[in-house]
Ligand binder design. Structure first.
Ligand code: ADP
Length: 547
């Protein structure tokens, strides 16, 4: 036996087989090509790979068997230049005209000057290529589904990648609440041929119960995926398939079937049926695994889309309810405003009349009535303001004004109507500021009335102002009930009220601070507070003095 220099002696086991038999029976395709590019030798594996008899292959130019002759020339010239080719992928033409994906490694034997022959190994990489293709399909499917909320559109796109490279006919069913399979998508490489199947399906809905012979129903019920590599006559006869459907399957030349569940957290949500009608492309375990992965992705995407749709509908319903509530508040506050204004006017007339008549107790009762009407008016004004804020209709009249002057006016007015608390002013000198005097005053009224309302024991309320760095800051400090930590995050929200844990109940609608925060926001300022339950609160705002 001749061994090229550098090769280890293969030992006794090799000696029992001739080198020729070793090469001839090697499981990898081996061929040799002479200087003219003619195949001088091919082993059995090479001939089997492409389906030729020896005399059809050996003696022929190798180029003839390459799908891409230009690529062949390129490979051949590289082989001559570099002396070898390593793991080059190419497509070769089989005897039946089909193409085979191969990987070729070659080197050549020369007499030192010229090439005598090349030695080539040809490996079949159809399976590797198929797995790669399936992986690409899976990733594209994942991307399509992840990138859209419109699953119907995404499924149509995905089906286009699958047909015909992976399947000739695909049917996606979703399990409905009614226990029936609902057809989501059906597609075939030849849509005309699928029409009968569509009509059949319309006439014969698939029910999960009592229909175990139907494979789709069985998979929906059990979640066990089914692979039928070869659809035989026996399977058609024993499968509980009626005549009409059997004819459809035969018409479409179905060769191989996979029926795979779509599952979300172990619950079957639907089923995908893949039909191959190509005798060269029957399904095997690899396809089956791909189909399972694929169905898992679809299931999750469909479930996400369903959840998204539910949330969207929920938000829509809540928005609609909210709009109705706003509309109600708007109408109710408008309707209340006029009678309350006349009530106030009549009360004041009566107050002065009874003051003149000197009827004991009457003036005092009317003053109380007047204060209650003021409270009612404030509630109505708050409701009106909220609806205006929502519609962006709250009007601001900006002007230059003396901030401390405004604070003193509001404080005096509030002191006039409250006997229980003492309002103390602690004001620093400030330059005039720009803004809506009344609206900023409204924020201060809200701070003071809250400080009064939420300090039922009655005590001092301190109003302080400070001005620095073109900002004015105002704080209202009380020693009242304070706000529990857990309630603090919601305090500026609409209709937010701290749940009463103590014996006190305080009137209000939870609108004042929301309106105040909107007013301060409009002045590009900051509203904030500090509070400790049982010790009191400090409500503050800060605005630029020249907004
Ligand atoms: P309301 O009309 O309910 O007073 P606000 O929007 O003015 O509405 O206040 C929202 C909630 O914040 C109040 O219901 C109250 O629980 C709490 N709150 C506001 N100011 C104070 C304060 N100074 N002390 C304690 N709690 C307060």
């Amino acid at each position: 036996m001749y061994l090229e220099a550098g090769l280890a002696d293969p030992g006794n086991s090799f000696k029992s087989e001739s080198l020729q038999s070793f090469i001839e029976n090697s499981p990898v395709g081996i061929h040799s090509v002479n200087e003219e590019g003619i195949i001088a030798f091919a082993n059995k594996a090479e001939l089997n790979l492409l389906g030729y008899a020896e005399q059809e292959y050996v003696g022929q130019p190798l180029k003839k068997f390459f799908h891409d002759p230009v690529f062949f020339d390129e490979l051949y010239s590289r082989l001559r230049k570099e002396g070898f080719l390593k793991n080059e992928q190419a497509k070769m033409i089989c005897r039946d005209g089909s193409l085979k994906e191969v990987m070729i490694s070659c080197n050549y034997h020369s007499d030192g000057k010229k090439l005598i022959h090349s030695r080539c190994f040809t490996r079949d990489i159809t399976e590797i290529k198929r797995s790669e293709k399936l992986l690409v399909l899976l990733n594209r499917a994942g991307e399509e589904l992840a990138g859209t909320r419109n699953t119907d559109e995404a499924l149509s796109k995905i089906i286009k990648f699958l047909i015909p490279s992976f399947t000739d006919w695909v049917v996606i069913n979703e399990l409905g609440m009614d226990g029936k399979a609902h057809l989501l998508k059906m597609a075939h490489s030849d849509p005309e041929r699928m029409k009968l199947a569509e009509e059949y399906r319309k006439k014969n809905p698939i029910k999960v119960d009592n229909n175990d012979k139907n494979l789709v129903a069985y998979v929906l019920k059990t979640g066990n995926p089914q692979l039928i590599p070869e659809v035989t006559e026996k399977i058609l006869n024993d499968g509980g398939i009626d005549h009409e459907y059997k004819r459809i399957l035969k018409d479409l030349a179905v060769r191989s079937v996979m029926i795979v569940p779509m599952k979300v957290k172990q619950t079957v949500t639907g089923v995908v049926s893949f039909f191959s009608c190509n005798p060269n492309n029957t399904y095997d375990e690899k396809d089956f695994n791909f189909a399972k992965d694929f169905c898992n992705r679809i299931a999750v995407a469909l479930d996400n889309a369903r959840l998204y749709e539910e949330v969207r509908r929920d938000i829509e319903q809540k928005t609609e309810a909210n709009n109705k509530k706003d509309e109600f508040i708007s109408i109710a506050s408008h309707e209340l405003k006029t009678p309350v204004t006349s009530l106030k006017a009549y009360t004041q007339i009566l107050q002065s009349t009874f003051a003149d008549e000197k009827i004991p107790g009457a003036a005092e009762m009317l003053a109380k009535m007047d204060r209650q009407i003021d409270k009612l008016t404030l509630l109505i004004v708050e409701m009106l303001d909220v609806t205006k804020i929502d519609k962006g209709e709250l009007i601001y009249d900006d002007e230059k004004f003396d901030f401390n002057e405004m604070v003193k006016e509001v404080a005096e007015e509030m002191q006039r109507i409250t006997k229980s608390h003492q309002i103390v002013l602690n004001l620093r000198d400030c330059d005039p500021i720009n803004g809506d005097r009344n609206r900023i005053g409204q924020v201060l009224v809200n701070f003071i009335s809250n400080a009064i309302k939420y300090s039922p024991g009655g005590d001092k309320i301190i109003i302080s102002t400070s001005c620095a760095d073109n900002k004015v800051k105002l704080s209202v400090t009380d020693e009242g009930i304070g706000i529990p930590d857990e309630d603090q995050p919601g305090i500026f929200k609409r209709f937010f009220r701290v749940s009463a844990k103590n014996s006190y109940t305080f009137p209000g609608m939870g609108l004042g601070l929301y309106i105040s925060s909107e007013i301060i926001k409009r002045h590009h300022g900051r509203i904030f507070f500090e509070s400790k339950e049982g010790e009191g609160s400090v409500f503050s705002f800060e605005i630029d003095s020249n907004v």
